[in-house]
Design a binder for this molecule. Structure first.
Ligand code: SF4
Ligand code: SF4
Length: 93
């Protein structure tokens, strides 16, 4: 089974406010040329918004793996667990 198929089996209860925050958007724009968060996140939470010139954060699909907590080369992501009762509910794993 592919990862996308496995992720589809899980259920999400998104909070109204994001548990993932970009600390310094200027750093994403000016200093981080490779933007690895758009690659290493298994749920593709981060994407580059060319029009807004900033990273868009689709926190609703976060599987709480914690990769972005360590993977951002500029330590520019404020990562927290979602509030109790919100976030992903795993059916497998
Ligand atoms: S990896 Fe970090 S600094 Fe680079 S674009 Fe993503 S959040 Fe910004
Ligand atoms: S915790 Fe994992 S799934 Fe959630 S945004 Fe970070 S890398 Fe993506």
């Amino acid at each position: 089974m592919k990862i996308d198929d496995k992720l589809f089996l899980n259920r999400f209860l998104p909070d109204s406010e994001s548990h993932l925050k970009i600390i310094n958007r200027g750093e994403c724009l000016h200093d981080c040329m490779e933007k690895p968060c758009t690659i290493f996140c298994p749920s593709r939470v981060y994407s580059w918004d060319e029009e807004a010139k900033e990273i868009a954060v689709a926190y609703e699909g976060c599987v709480e793996c914690g990769t972005c907590r360590y993977g951002c080369p500029f330590d520019n992501i404020d990562w927290r667990n979602p509030r109790g009762g919100f976030g992903i509910m795993y059916k497998y794993g």
